[in-house]
Every structure is written in C-alpha cells, then in structure tokens.
Write a protein that binds this ligand. Structure first.
Ligand code: G6P
Length: 614
C-alpha cells in the first residue's frame, strides 16, 4: 500500500522520482505527488488526485529543479483520495515535507495535542499529523531533523515507512521504517530510496534494507548511516540484487497481466531450476535439507496467507496431507494473528506471500516465531520483510509480478508447494516411488504443458465475449480444484468487478443452488481425478436448473462435455498439479472479460498489489 521513492545525488531528481512512481504504482494509485528542494533551497510540493500520469500533466510548467526529492503514490487509508490528502504533506510552516506508507494508529491523540499547540491541518490524513509532530519537536526542542524524527517516531504507534526533506537542505533525506518496506539503493555519489528495490534497479545493484525501528540518514556528501530511535548507530549490510529491466516492462503485451499469464511456462522453469534433477527426478529443496529434522518431526503444518496466496495454501494443504501425512491447517493471516491460536514448538508455520510484505502475514510470522514454531517462507520478492523474518524458506523465483491480479505467483507457489511436499514426503518415507516420480516428472514437463494450455487463448477470448455482460458467476471445483475455483472467481471479481463466488461443487446444493437460473454462468472444473464422477453429477444439478455451464474438461473428455454449454479443454497431468493447468484458462477468461468491459486490468479500482496495512 502506497509507494514511496526518493533521490539525492547529482542528477535532476524529478524524472527519477516519476519513473520510480510508475514502477511503484502497483502499490496504490489514487493520488500521487513529489517534493523537491531546488537550488535556492525552496521546498516545492506538487500533488494531485489520480494516477502518476495525472501528476505528470499537473507538473507541466512547474519549477521542477532540484537534485533531491521524495515522491509518493497513494492507496488511501485515512481520508478520501483527493488533492489535499495526497502526499507529500507539508508541515504547518511548509519547512518540512513528508511521505508516508502505513498507518499511524494513535494519530488522533497526537493531532489533538498539536491542535492545542496551535497547529492546523489541511488534510484528513494521519501522515500530516506526523510531519507536524516532527516540526513541533524540531522547533520547540531546537534539535536536528534527525533527532526530531527519532523523537516523533517514539511517540507513534503503528506502521510506517517515511521520508522527510527540509527547506534549505539540498543534501539530506531522513527516512525511517516500522513494518512497512523500505530499501536504500547506493549509487556513485547518489542514493535512491524506495518501497521496492525493483523500482530503482536500473540505477544500482547495491541495496541496504532498512529494518524496523531504524532511521536512515541519506546524505549526498556522506556514507549512508543508519540509527535506532535511541540514536545508536547500526551496522549496514549492503546486498546485491540483479534484475533485468525487461522484467519490469510490458514487452509488447497490452497489459502486465497478460504478459505475466504468458510468462508462466518460463517462470516455472526458473522456479524448478536446480531443485529437480532432470535425469533422476529427485527433488532437492535446500530449506528442507537444512531443516530435515524439523520437517520430519513436525506434528502439524499451519499455512498463513492472504488473497491468492491463501488459495495456493489450500492446495498446499492437499499436497502435504496427501504426500507427507502431516496434518495441515490453512489460516487467513488476519484471523490467525488475532485469534490467540494454539501454536506449539513442533508446529511448522509456512507463510506464503508473493510480495513478502503483506502486513497481516508478517504479523502472523512474528506471532508464530514468538510462540516457538519453526517458520518457513514461500515468497517471491527476494529480501522482502517476510523472507527476512522467517527461519528458512523457498523463493518461488517467478520474477516481478506487476499486474495487481496475481497469476504467475499463484502457479509458482503451487509448484514450490508440490516440490516441498515431495521433499518432505521422501524424507518421511510417506510417498511411494511411483507417485514421487509421477509428480516430479510432471513438474519437469510443466513448462511445456503450460505452453500447450496457452494455445486456448483465442477460444477463451471468444468465450469471454459471450459472458462479458453477466452480472454474477459461480465457479465450482472439488478436491485439488476447489481452491482453483476460488482463485478463478477471485480473478474475475478483482479485475472485471463482476460478482463471482467460488464453491466446492458438492456444497453448492446447501445454498448457492438457489441462485441458479438461465442468467447464471457456472464455471465447472471437471478434469479427471477421483472426484470426476461426482463433479459430473454436480454439473447435472446445475444444468437441470437452467444454469449455463462452462466446463473445464480434459481434451479426451466424453461425459461432461455432453452436458456443458461451453467447453474449455485442457491437457491432463497428474491430479495434484491440475490446479496449475486449469488456472491458466481461468486467468485468461477473467482477463478478457475485464478488457471487454474496459476495466483497468493492471490497476483495478480500490485494490493494491502489496497490502502493507492490516
Ligand atoms: C493483495 C493482492 C492479491 C494478493 C494478496 C496477498 O490483496 O491484490 O493479489 O494475493 O494481497 O498478497 P501477498 O503478496 O502476501 O501474496
């Protein structure tokens, strides 16, 4: 939620800030702004409602001089999206400007105290309270900006990544973090600041991740320094990160989402590389090798996740229970963290998160660690907060996912979970050789299978035309494909704004069947597995009530296609990996319906890619 970016060096700050904002727009896009100190020391803030493109138009003709600046793209938490609530926020005297990602939970108490001291407010944000608190401390205590920030943050309860600059100071940005991501990129005589290293990857490979409770002093004339709120200097660790810029661009596709759907055959190659021996089919995950005893002796595995990652975790539950015979629970991280859950030292908690920054998942990780559980991460973003907060883990390695609707991360997560289940099952001796080989060989062939699945694109595009104006959708699946149905429905509602529900097919008769009529498209997943016959009967139940059946079936299917109104054919691989195959046409269906409706596919309304507020 919200993207922050900063620059101090010898170049013009504005183009770097705007490019960074474009790359961070996936984090929020309801308003945007920049603040820069120009050569005369003037502190200029420009901001407006809308996207970064709108900001660029707004900047026409303004004084954009300055080689130091901060910028922000917002996802509203306190205060509606409008010009006043956009960041950066000036302090009362307009001497300090601040950008903030996160939530100041005790903002009301702080604001009342500031009002008593004569402060007025131009916005309804919690962030403006913080900039005024910093200014209040700076003036009343006659201290440095760094000291004022440290003291102010000691009074703050909540989550933040902030950056502040000050009138008359061309050299220095003060930045701080608590529970919201922040990284400093180190160039030659210049520094970059961002919520996400990928937004500044074209300028440097050297990054310092700011940790919770730390304040960074980013001064163009000095080495980077990091302090605690008590002004203890911390050691900094420079990390290398390499990424190709092409991974951050659309590469000829009209939307990032379509590009990312099409990338899946390749991203799964990266996900599997070095983990499955192509000769022997043997699966090796370093996280399991290094922690063999923990996995072998685990009494229970608890997945914690949100959104699409939660759906992938439901598939992980099937995989691990089936292959490793370890009881598994899947929890919404937001519920888990507030439920006083029972966590034992012989539990393994697996946190699943594409971004590695989701606030609730991060909090669940911290809770599990405090309770003494071994915590494993399945993340995409290297060096992200969850990746760093977990004891061990496996990256999914699918590259930056920019479209807000998650696609390649989902298939990467399920792929890692399948490898994890095989690796643990092998160590525990709970999986027989044939089934192990069947799954590992199918994993090795996944890239080629997905190339094959993608051939259905044009057919799904045609199907989407028929259903673009439906008001509701139901997605049904069973077994491994029940979570696929949930994920298919989520994709559609996220980007087309059509109401869609995913349901376990048999459960439909306990309620949702009342919704079925001739207007109701029902996407039924009925690929071959031990639930196939049951799924066929469930389709019958819908059909006899007039529902329109779009059946996802095997190419060689004979039975279900006779009852379906429309058929989406997919190649068949081992049952536990079918969610990866089936999710591709469901992603395409959601995509084309959203495009037909003229939706902003990559930046759907009200959503953000990385949810760093709870
Ligand atoms: C947001 C995104 C979803 C994502 C969820 C969890 O809601 O829009 O696409 O599934 O967060 O994100 P994570 O990064 O933890 O997987």
């Amino acid at each position: 939620m919200c993207g922050i970016v900063g620059y101090v060096g010898n170049r013009d700050a504005c183009p770097i800030l705007l490019k960074g904002l474009h790359r961070l727009e996936y984090r929020g896009y309801d308003s945007a702004g920049v603040a820069m100190v120009n050569g005369d020391g003037a502190l200029n803030v420009y901001k407006c409602k809308g996207k970064v493109d709108d900001l660029e138009h707004f900047l026409d003709g303004k004084d954009l001089c300055g080689s130091i600046g901060i910028a922000h793209t917002r996802w509203a938490t306190h205060g509606v999206p409008n010009d006043a609530n956009a960041h950066p926020h000036y302090s009362e005297s307009e001497n300090i400007a601040l950008i903030h990602n996160g939530i100041i939970e005790n903002f009301r108490v702080l604001k009342d105290a500031l009002i008593e001291n004569g402060y007025t407010f131009r916005s309804s944000t919690d962030s403006e309270v913080l900039v005024n608190l910093i200014e209040y401390i700076r003036t009343t205590e006659n201290c440095t900006l760094l000291e004022a920030v440290q003291q102010a943050l000691k009074q703050v309860v909540g989550a933040y990544a902030i950056a502040v600059i000050e009138k008359g100071n061309h050299d220095e940005i003060i930045a701080a973090r608590q529970s919201s991501p922040m990284v400093v990129g180190i160039g030659k005589g210049e520094y970059f600041l961002s919520s996400d290293a990928t937004s500044i990857i074209e300028y440097t490979e050297n990054f310092v991740y700011v940790n919770d409770g730390e304040v960074a002093v980013i001064n163009r004339n000095a080495p980077l320094k990091v302090f605690t709120l008590d002004n203890e200097e911390e050691r900094i660790h420079i990390q290398k990160l390499k990424l190709s810029i092409s991974q951050l661009e659309k590469g000829g596709f009209p939307h990032f989402m379509l590009k990312e759907i099409y990338e899946q055959p390749h991203t799964l190659v990266d996900c599997i590389r070095g983990r499955i021996n192509p000769e022997t089919g043997e699966v090796k995950l370093s996280g399991v090798i290094d922690n063999r005893e923990k996995f072998v002796n685990a009494k229970r595995i608890i997945f914690v996740a949100c959104g699409t990652s939660w759906h992938a975790s439901l598939i992980g539950e099937h995989l691990i229970e089936n292959i490793c015979r370890i009881p598994v629970e899947v929890e919404y991280a937001s519920e888990f963290r507030y439920r006083n859950p029972i966590i034992r030292p012989d539990d393994i908690v697996i946190a699943v998160s594409q971004s590695g920054e989701t606030a609730d998942t991060l909090a669940a990780v911290e809770l599990a660690r405090k309770a003494g559980a071994f915590v494993y991460g399945i993340c995409n973003v290297v060096g992200s907060s969850i990746a760093r907060a977990t004891d061990s883990g496996s990256y999914i390695h699918v590259g930056p996912e920019i479209g807000v609707a998650s696609t390649k991360a989902f298939t990467g997560q399920v792929t890692v979970m399948a490898m994890l289940a095989l690796a643990i099952g092998h160590e525990k001796g709970t999986v027989n050789k044939e089934y192990y080989q069947e799954i590992s060989q199918a994993l090795l062939k996944l890239p080629e299978t997905l190339e094959d699945v993608l051939k259905i694109d044009a057919q799904v595009e045609d199907l989407a035309k028929i259903f673009t104006y439906a008001h509701n959708f139901i997605y049904l699946g069973r077994g491994y494909n029940y979570p696929t149905a949930l994920e298919g429905a989520l994709k559609l509602k996220e980007i087309s704004y059509i109401h869609a529900e995913g349901y376990p097919a048999a459960e439909m008769k306990h309620g949702p069947i009342a919704l079925i009529d001739a207007e109701m498209p029902v996407v039924s997943i009925a690929t071959p597995d031990h639930t196939y016959e049951k799924s066929a009967s469930n389709i019958e139940e819908v059909k006899s009530r007039g529902g329109k059946i779009i059946a996802v079936v095997a190419r060689e299917d004979e039975q279900v296609r006779k009852r379906a109104d429309y058929v989406i054919e997919v190649p068949v691989i081992t049952d536990c990996l079918m969610p990866i195959v089936v999710s591709i046409p469901l992603q395409l269906l959601a995509y084309y319906i959203a495009v037909n409706k003229g939706r902003n596919v990559d930046q759907p309304r009200n959503l953000a890619k990385s949810v760093t507020v709870e």
